[in-house]
Design a protein. Structure first.
Length: 357
């Protein structure tokens, strides 16, 4: 069993802009089959002073590297990256999870899962072979059917699907890190995803994760070029176009760097980009019109910031290689992190996902 002990509670007061919280946060990880030391889906509890407390393993699982939650039911979905599966889990007790049906087949290196805001389906992206698949859900949140999407084909270049985003207009956008593409899909019940259009990004930039700004634009972090691409939707016929590319850091990329996660502040005024290698968080100001301005680079506080969560005025950074989650209070005016408010040990963490309230 890996060492996963909580840090001691901090006596610091709650900083201005941060909100006292007793929120449950699910954690993904790599287990032995993925070269990690984790044991499965874990659970953390957020304290009023920002400190995270380790509760324990919610469900044993093989490399549940990414998670998603049902919008209205106590159901959690986890990909099994090395096992090439996706599985539903139902809440049991304070923080336990029990399998809700068998694991369903996915593609090679299934690395991301996202759930429709109406709870009708989930989408899995697979980095190893580029597969994107839609899984319909029953009334209890269980997986009931699987529909593979059309493959992206570029001669001589492997497809590397990496993430999906449920857009505010009901469509789905996916990234293809290998083909430098964004793909926009319509959901067709009992058929799956139907391709609407594609948006080409600069070659070898490597689009990885993405978020939608409250204003409607989509911000895409690029793993290889360490940038943020901004795409915006035209009024008619609703296609997205690339409108800008901005550096993800103020100090520029360094040798060995690769960008990981992008997250927005609740008001959309700041974006936070994790950079592995130099182990930084790039803080960007976001203009209502979609322009981004690098403000500062701050140390992430550990080794290999794989994923991070911006929540209630706090920044929680999960470090895959140093095996910890470090928490910072965010200044409400500048958006910048202050001194670390707490640290909790967590074996090979890969994702931090808030539980359903």
């Amino acid at each position: 069993m890996p060492t996963q002990q909580p840090a001691s509670e901090s006596s610091l007061p709650v900083p201005a802009g941060a909100v006292p919280s007793n929120e449950l946060i699910w954690t993904g990880c790599y287990t032995a089959d993925g070269g990690g030391r984790g044991a499965g889906i874990g659970a953390l509890r957020a304290g009023a002073n920002g400190t995270l407390r380790w509760l324990g393993v919610a469900a044993a699982a093989d490399s549940p590297s990414f998670l998603a939650v049902h919008p209205s039911l106590d159901v959690v979905y986890a990909v099994g990256e090395a096992a090439r599966t996706v599985r539903a889990y139902r809440r049991s007790g304070d923080f336990g999870l029990e399998p809700a049906g068998p694991g369903w087949p996915a593609g090679d290196a299934a690395c991301h899962v996202a759930v429709d805001p109406q709870g009708r389906f989930l989408v899995v992206a697979c980095w190893g072979d580029g597969q994107v698949a839609l899984y319909e859900l029953d009334d209890g949140g269980g997986i009931s059917a699987r529909f593979p999407a059309a493959a992206s084909i570029v001669p001589g270049r492997p497809s590397r699907a990496h993430a999906s985003l449920m857009l505010d207009d009901g469509r789905v956008m996916t990234t293809d890190l290998g083909h430098d593409l964004l793909r926009v899909w319509d959901y067709v019940p009992s058929q799956g995803l139907r391709l609407d259009h594609e948006v080409a990004l600069p070659r070898d930039c490597g689009p990885r994760h993405l978020v939608q700004h409250p204003g409607g634009s989509v911000l895409v972090v690029t793993e290889y070029s360490i940038d943020v691409a901004v795409v915006q939707r035209s009024r008619e016929p609703g296609t997205f176009t690339l409108t800008g590319i901005f550096p993800a850091t103020s100090g520029g990329a360094r040798p060995g760097d690769s960008a990981a996660e992008i997250a927005l502040a609740a008001d959309g005024r700041h974006a936070y980009i994790g950079v592995r290698g130099s182990n930084r968080i790039g803080v960007l100001g976001v203009d209502p019109g979609g322009a981004l301005q690098p403000l500062a680079d701050v140390p992430s506080g550990g080794n290999w910031p794989r994923h991070h969560l911006v929540r209630h005025g706090w920044l929680h950074v999960a470090h895959e290689r140093s095996g910890d989650v470090v928490t910072y209070a965010l200044d409400p005016a500048s958006g910048l992190p202050g001194a670390a408010a707490g640290r909790v040990e967590l074996a090979s963490p890969t994702a931090l996902i808030p539980a359903r309230p």
